[in-house]
Every structure is written in C-alpha cells, then in structure tokens.
Design a protein around this ligand. Structure first.
Ligand code: SF4
Length: 742
C-alpha cells in the first residue's frame, strides 16, 4: 500500500494553489505599523528587503537602498517573496496521517507520537536507525541546531543537508586548494577585475541581482569569458562563449593552462612563494594542447587560446563558478582545474584578483559551516579529528564517547533507507521528491520507511509521504543570521508571529530532543541563545564566528567571517597574506580529464543537463504557489537544438517523451539555437510526472558526494498519440485562474 493513497485530496487541501494577493487583498488604506529590515529568503545574493507589517501581518515590501549589495534592486522572486507568509496553503496545525489521510492533531499528541516511535525504532535497531535530513535555506542558528540535534539529541551518525545537492563540490575544492571553504573575495572586487571567467553559472537567471556587479565591471571596460553548454542570458552578454560539451570542464581548463604556460602568462614568483605541487600540474598540462582540449570538449581550439590569452594577459581577473561545473561526478576536479588557473596567474588575494563560488540557496554558505554536514562539526571542523571532537564536546558538555562518528551523504542515506539500515527519518526545509536525483528510487526509500516526520511551512511533494507533518515557520517569523555567497553574515529579523499553531523551527526541534530525554543539551530560550553557543563552538575553527554579534552585523550591514574577536572587523578578502593550509600555501592539483558517469550511446544518444529558471526557487515548494511567478513559467520544458528537432521531426511546442535509464517524462519541446545539438536541457523545479529528476543520474562525485545532475545519457521520442498528459496545477482540468484561491 502506498504512503500517498489520496493524492488528489492532499493537493486539494494543501496545494500547491496559486495566490497573488497580500493578506486581505489589495487595499489602498493600509496603515503600516512596522517596517522590518531583513533579507530576501531565496538565493545566496541575500538582497536587503524591508517587510511592511500591519497588525502582525506582512502585507508588502520595499527593496532596501541602504544595503550595499542590492541598493534597491530585487528580482522577480524577491518582489513576490512576502506573498508566501499568509498564503492560503500555509500549514497551520500538526498533522498525523491516519488511514492515508492527514488529520489535525495537537502539538502534544504529535510530539509524543514522534518520540515514542523514535525510541521504539532506536531500541530495536540502534541509534543510527533514525536519519536527519536538513536544509540550507534555514538560518545558521537552525543549521547549527540540526547538527547538534542529530548528534546530541538523537545520537545518530546519519545527518546531512540539502546543500549536498548544491555547493559541496565547490566546498571540497576550496578546502583542497586553499584549506578553507569560502569565496575568496567580496563582490565589490568584481568591478575591479579586467576579465571575468564565469563557468557554469547563468547569473542572469539564477543570481539576478549579482549582475549589478558584473555590469559595473563591464562599465569599467571589463570583458567576460563564459563557459557553458548553453548560450544562456549570461553567455549572450559575454565577449567569448566556450560552449563546451557538458562535463568536459577539466579539458577546457587544462587547455587554457597549457596556453598560459606556453605563452609565459603565468606568475612564477607567486607560484614559487605561495603554492605547492606546481611541477606535477605543469607536466600534466603539457599534454592538454588546445587541440586535445578541443577534441574532448567540442570547443574550437582557437577559442580556448583566446580565452587563455584574455585571462592571462589581464592585470586583474576573477573566476566565478556555480552548479554547472559542480553537479558532476567530476565536480571537485572541475573546481580544482579552474583554481589551477587562478593560482598559476597569481590572480588571488588582492583587489580585483580573485575567485568565488556562487551559492544557490539563501544560506548555502552558512548552512555548510556549523555542523549539519555528515562529516562536519561547528566552525567547519571535522568530526573525524580528535581535537575537533574534544572542543565541541566541551562546548556541549557531551561525553566524547557519545558523539557519533561521521555519517554519509543524503543520496547514500536514501540508499540505506532502501536497505532498511535507516528506518525513521526527520526532515526539515527540503523537498526530496523534487530535488534528489532519480526520484523513482527516492519514492521507494520513502515508501519503505517505518516512520517519517517532516517539518515545513508548506506541504511539499516529499512531505506527502510523511506520517507526521509539523507546521514550521517561514523566514519572516523568526530571527537569526545567514551567510551570503560572498561570506557576509547578515541578520534576518522577525516581522510577524507564525499563523495558526505553526511554531518556530528551532522550538520544534528542541522540543523533540527534550522529550527524548536530552533536555540537558537543549536549554535555548531564543535564537539569540543558539547563536551565542554557536559563536563559542566555532571559536578557533576555520569558520570562526566568535567575534560576530547580532548588533555588530546590524551596525555594519553584515560581517565577513572569519572574525575571531569582538574588536575584529571581519575578513572581506581572504588570502591577502596566507592560505589556510598549515604552511600558509595553496595547493595545485594535477587533474586528468575523466568523462561523466554516463556518456551517450546508440540507445541514449543525447546528453541531458538540468538547471533553473529565474521565476522559480529550487524545488519550487514556495514559488510554485505564487501566481505571478507560475504565470511566467508554468511548467518545465525540454530545450532541443533545431538540428536535433528536425532529425526527430519534432516541432516547437510539441510534447515529447524524454527517456533515460532511470525513467521517462513528457515535456513540451522548446526548439532553440542556444543549446548544443548533442545536448538537451530541462529545468528541475517541479515534482511528480513533471520532475526532471525522474531522469537524472544519482552517481556521485567520490569526494563531495554530489550527484551528477548536469550530464546523463538520454533520448527523445516523438509522441504520436494526440492525448496530452495531465499537468501540475491543472491536474483536475481547471485553468490557472480557476484554481486560484486568493
Ligand atoms: Fe532574492 Fe536572489 Fe532575487 Fe536578490 S537576486 S531578490 S536574493 S532571489
């Protein structure tokens, strides 16, 4: 029997429904009694936003002109974010599933049931039979709490977070090369760079307000090199577009390094003074001539030469990348091969000379700093390091032998669910049925669980499989900090109380731990108390927050970590004098090209890549309920090059079947010249039969354990039947306006 027996009823009750209006509608006589300065809940740019509050309801917004990152700018998601706060789909009461239907329950009833089930499972199958899956759109206080909840509250080793699907290849690459995981430069360095190399990052759609800095750089006479399999809105604005075959970044970067060496565009004094392992990297690059790199990547050799000269001859320059190079089984190697270019030219540690990864989630950076990763403790400490374990146990007053060892990544956790090693799951702030790869296998994992608890403020596609759903808080209902993509810690402020019986996430998690008998370790009365403990726990670690206070953040529009003492101003630019390896030097890595886990063949002749659109945020659990955003992009599509479409006799707009070794889905064809003929693209923000992740490959990078979302073998078939599939919110034959509630 499926855990989701009454799907139509669940959708009817909990959505997603479209909603376009603030609380009580569009009124002209509102009396705003509070203006709360905070930040956008969505991407890692963390734009400043004022929430307008009337009688404890968020009824409007203003962009913040005083926040130096966005200076009054917001993107389509930012301007509609406030509409989620009082959305009719908000979860208002704890829900317990009985006979396949969610029924309202009291907090005591729900929490007591959770505790009795968790205790029963742990008594029968051991502490590790419960898994914890967290998120990176939470405040940093909550992410810290989730790591502590798993280790000190439940005593399980199995905890991980959804940044595993996002930034971990960049994190691992940064740690290997620089000894620390953070973007090297503040964004104010971008306009100072003569050349930007943007790899696998469609900033124009996925980090829209970051473009302000890119355009300032262009206004200063700067040039852009864009490396991307698609001619994205960002690539179209660049000076040089290297339209590589997905998954071949190492070949392109090694080819560029070859040219830099051949044409003496490297910075030998910098290499000698500040790096290690150059000679092996130099020897490897000798084999990657532009012709060799071209054969692998499909980028014309002369473009690789042009790119190397443009970057190498510039006095200043920055390399920035995002998921396009990171979502691969070679994700860490892709990152390291671009870092080799940075180190070889000495373009780091100075104004306009730098490197950065662009985080997708609002707190993608902060969420990977304080211990909710499978192998991490607060302050970017390692759970495998005895000294690090001792420090954190002292802060928590936890006997060292009670601190579990490292767990595994989330995709591996879902495998362990299928193997019945993990039998219970508690998740917060994620939507596994949209965002994990190979959703058919994910469904099997959820169906096989003995007990699943989900904390969220909307009923996601993943939450439908839960036995208990607890109504959590949205970003305007709690306070805390996040860390933006540039390493700036900013303050999220509370604007309103949660509606109905929804509660602050940290209260819910702490209450479960307390009822599990672990109240000694969970005595927080506020998010501020959690932050103060986090500061102490992070002290002396790489991500040292000890010197950061909420007041200091507010007074300075953010503080860049590391910030070890209260009189320390923070560290906007890293590596000016030393890197974070013990000898103070950075490391080159000689990276050989390896193909993706799956390459095209006779049966599946195309490469499927996936990504995002400007109107949706990640799994879409928030943005697919906002009518304005859905109307701009109501459903996913498959981009196909005209040559490929012609061969398959596919017309623009026609629905086609896309198949991989994991599954199949039906999508309208978008025939565009902006994609390579050997590649197709589907945005991934939707669930059920519209999920791009029905198709993607769960193969993992061996170091970062990120799945290969960006390249798998696929084929397209023309559908000869005239019958159209039932789609998303039009599932019951209603038009968009008919299902609109507000
Ligand atoms: Fe929000 Fe990012 Fe858009 Fe800024 S750019 S408004 S942070 S989604």
């Amino acid at each position: 029997m499926s855990k989701v027996e009454h799907l139509e009823t669940i959708i009817e009750e909990f959505g997603p429904h479209l909603h376009d209006a603030p609380f009580e509608g569009w009124l002209s006589d509102r009396v705003i009694d509070k203006v709360v300065p905070t930040h956008c809940p969505y991407c890692g740019v963390q734009c400043g936003i004022n929430l307008l509050v009337e009688k404890d309801h968020v009824v409007g917004f203003e962009p913040r002109y005083d926040f130096p990152v966005n200076e009054g700018r917001l993107c389509p998601k930012g301007v509609t974010a406030y509409l989620q706060v009082h959305h009719p789909d908000r979860l208002l009461h704890p829900l317990i599933k009985r006979n396949g239907a969610f029924q309202r329950a009291s907090w005591d009833e729900a929490l007591d049931l959770i505790v009795s089930k968790f205790k029963e499972l742990q008594n029968q199958h051991g502490k590790d039979s419960i898994g914890v899956y967290s998120g990176s759109s939470l405040t940093t206080e909550k992410t810290y709490l989730m790591g502590k909840f798993a280790r000190a509250g439940l005593g399980t080793r199995y905890v991980d977070y959804n940044g595993r699907l996002c930034m971990v290849s960049a994190a691992a690459g940064n740690n290997k090369a620089f000894g620390i995981d953070r973007s090297a430069n503040p964004w104010t360095d971008i306009p100072l760079a003569e050349v930007l190399l943007i790899a696998g990052a469609n900033c124009a759609e996925t980090f829209p307000v970051l473009n302000k800095f890119l355009w300032d750089q262009r206004d200063n006479g700067g040039r852009w090199i864009v490396v991307d399999p698609r001619e994205t809105a960002t690539a179209r604005q660049g000076d040089l577009h290297l339209q590589l075959r997905p998954g071949t970044d190492v070949a392109v970067a090694n080819g560029m390094l070859h040219v830099l060496i051949e044409e003496d565009l490297i910075d030998q004094p910098f290499i000698d003074a500040r790096t290690n392992d150059w000679e092996t990297t130099r020897a490897l690059a000798a084999r990657y001539t532009p012709d060799v790199a071209s054969q692998i990547s499909g980028v014309p050799a002369e473009k690789i030469v042009q790119a190397a000269r443009l970057y190498g001859r510039a006095r200043t320059g920055m390399i920035m990348h995002a998921r396009g190079i990171e979502h691969h089984t070679n994700g860490v190697n892709n990152v390291l091969s671009y870092i080799n270019l940075v180190l070889a030219t000495g373009k780091i540690g100075a104004p306009g000379r730098g490197y950065g990864t662009i985080t997708g989630q609002g707190n993608g950076q902060g969420g990977r700093e304080h211990g909710q990763k499978a192998d991490q403790l607060p302050g970017q400490r390692s759970i495998n390091n005895p000294e690090h374990r001792r420090h954190v146990c002292q802060v928590w007053d936890l006997p060292e032998e009670e601190l579990p060892q490292a767990g595994v990544s989330v995709v591996e956790m879902f495998q362990k669910m299928r193997e019945r090693e993990i039998r219970g799951l508690i998740s917060i702030c994620n939507n596994v049925m949209v965002s994990l790869p190979d959703t058919n296998m994910v469904r099997q994992s959820l169906e096989g669980l003995d007990f699943y608890v989900c904390i969220d403020f909307f009923m996601s596609e993943g939450a439908r499989y839960a036995d208990i759903v607890l109504p959590g808080s949205t970003w305007s209902e709690d306070e805390g900090v996040t860390c933006s993509s540039e390493g700036r810690v900013v303050k999220i402020n509370k604007a309103n109380n949660s509606p109905g019986e929804a509660r602050a996430d940290w209260w819910i998690v702490q209450e479960i731990a307390r009822r599990m008998g672990r109240e000694k370790y969970f005595t927080f009365n506020s998010a501020r108390e959690i932050f103060d403990e986090l500061r102490v726990a992070s002290r002396g670690g790489n991500a040292d927050y000890y010197g950061i206070t909420w007041e200091k953040i507010e007074a300075n529009n953010g503080i860049f970590w590391p910030c070890p003492t209260e009189d320390h101003p923070g560290t906007p630019r890293l590596f000016e004098e030393r890197f974070y390896h013990p000898d103070g030097k950075a490391k080159f890595h000689a990276i050989e090209y390896n193909p993706p886990n799956e390459v095209p063949d006779g049966e599946f002749p195309l490469i499927l890549t996936s990504g995002r659109v400007v109107y949706q945020y990640l799994s879409g659990n928030q943005t697919r309920r906002i009518g304005f955003l859905v109307q701009q992009c109501p459903e996913p599509y498959v981009e196909i090059h005209p040559e490929t479409a012609m061969k398959l006799k596919i017309n623009d707009g026609e629905r086609v079947r896309v198949m991989t070794r994991r599954g199949e889905g039906v999508f309208p064809a978008l025939v565009v010249r902006t994609i390579r003929p050997d590649t197709i693209f589907i945005p991934y923000h939707w669930g059920e039969e519209l999920a791009a992740n029905q198709l993607t490959n769960p193969a993992l990078d061996p170091t970062s354990k990120i799945p290969e979302f960006k390249a798998c073998a696929a084929r397209i078939e023309k559908i000869h039947s005239r019958r159209l599939p039932i789609m998303g919110q039009q599932r019951k034959g209603a038009s968009l306006s008919e299902v609109q509630r507000g």
